[in-house]
Design a binder for this molecule. Sequence first.
Ligand SMILES: [Ca+2]
Ligand SMILES: [Ca+2]
Length: 286
Amino acid sequence: MKMKRSLLVLSSLLMIGMACSALGQSVINITFGNYTENFDSMGTGSSPTYPTGWAGWKINGSGSLANGTIVNSSTVPGFATSNGSNNTGTIFNFGLLSNSNRSLGSLASGTFIGAFGASFFNNSGITLTHEHVQIGFTIRQWRTGNSSTVNEVWTFGWKIGGILNDHISGNWTSLASFNLNEILTSTTSSSHVDGTASGNYTTVNLTTFTGLTWNAGETLHIRWADADDLGSDAGLAIDDFTMSVIPEPATWSLLVASLGLYAIWERRRKSRLNQKTSVPSRKDLI
Ligand SMILES: [Ca+2]
Ligand SMILES: [Ca+2]
């Protein structure tokens, strides 16, 4: 029973939190363990919605949509479902036609330059730094550009507090290790490519969130900001995102060691109990 209770406590610690709301924004509640998002809930329909805590918005461009506006099914341009054949500048729910494997991305134009990202609420009870937080994800390319000399980059940025759909670049701290770099840099086809095919995606393994200081009760926003590059732009997306949050490494080691010692003690206790209650064999009775 004690063991079951311990496992229950541990699984609660590691459980991914349910989304909650802070300051009216949709946020992802973070405790310890792994938060993951595969974007497949966006579906294959023509009016997709973002996973809880995620959004795409306009940061620049000459179009009439105001900078900072979250792109959804009622904005122009709208949040579009595409396999990469669409060359409109906007935020995209990318995936193969009618395929449930979705990813979140963008394509920039002169009238629309977008960003996409998510908000996380620190509900761990401690200040989280680079010692605790790592993120990883897959980068998928769904559309090629038409310039072989431009290597497109979606710049990663983060900030504490404020709103997610912030279009002021100076408010964000850049972290190049999480940038999305164009994969098919030498192509000039300006056309759809399969972002799930070998060679059209790369993986950023769990990597330390350098420079982070994220106090308990604060909201961390992250974003990838697109740019309008020379010629027709490429379309990139993120998929299979993970944020891994561990307690202080020393504390974590101590917890693991304690659980290991407990498991050994429990095994020995059961073994002693079994010896005491075992039925004597015929040989023992002679
Ligand atoms: Ca996916
Ligand atoms: Ca671009």
